[in-house]
Design a binder for this molecule. Structure first.
Ligand code: AMP
Length: 147
């Protein structure tokens, strides 16, 4: 069997799951694969000033969210022994960005949690499901138990 050479772990900071992180790390060790990390800052539609909303809501926090995500991903990388040049923080649709980065970087396995922010009521969360449908490589959805 071909061994995995490049594993991409998709990290959701809203509901970070240690079991998913541990599984990706163990697989990378087993296969002596490169481990990379990705977090996607979801691009949410921002209220438009034209709606006449209170200006407090009309603030673009994208820059702050990207900076915070970079810090968190960098901390996690240090704990896992992942090189700082193996981190991606992207802006956009999580499923599309994760599969794009995977394709562009010859990733052969994407590791995700079975659910997180968008999927606690579902068997397979919407991001996990979307990645499964869009990815051209293997995808491991690590089963998370409901509390
Ligand atoms: P969900 O489908 O949103 O319930 O999330 C399922 C899994 O997809 C999570 O456990 C993460 O592994 C991954 N994921 C969800 N959202 C993101 C995100 N914004 N960036 C990176 N990975 C994510």
């Amino acid at each position: 069997m071909e061994r995995y050479k490049h594993i991409l772990l998709a990290v959701d900071f809203f509901e970070p799951a240690q079991v998913v992180i541990d599984r990706a790390k163990a697989l990378a060790q087993t296969y002596q694969a490169t481990l990379s990390l990705i977090h996607v800052v979801d691009n949410m539609p921002l209220p438009d000033a034209g709606y006449g909303l209170d200006t407090a809501y009309n603030v673009d926090l994208t820059g702050e969210m990207i900076a915070a995500a970079k810090n968190k991903l960098s901390d996690l990388a240090k704990k896992l022994g992942v090189e700082q040049d193996r981190l991606w923080v992207e802006l956009g649709s999580p499923k599309l960005e994760i599969t794009r980065i995977a394709e562009e970087n010859q990733v052969d396995l994407i590791v995700v949690g079975s659910h997180g922010r968008h999927g606690f009521a579902l068997l397979l969360g919407s991001t996990a499901n979307g990645i499964l449908h869009h990815a051209k490589c293997d995808v491991l959805a690590v089963r998370l138990q409901d509390n």
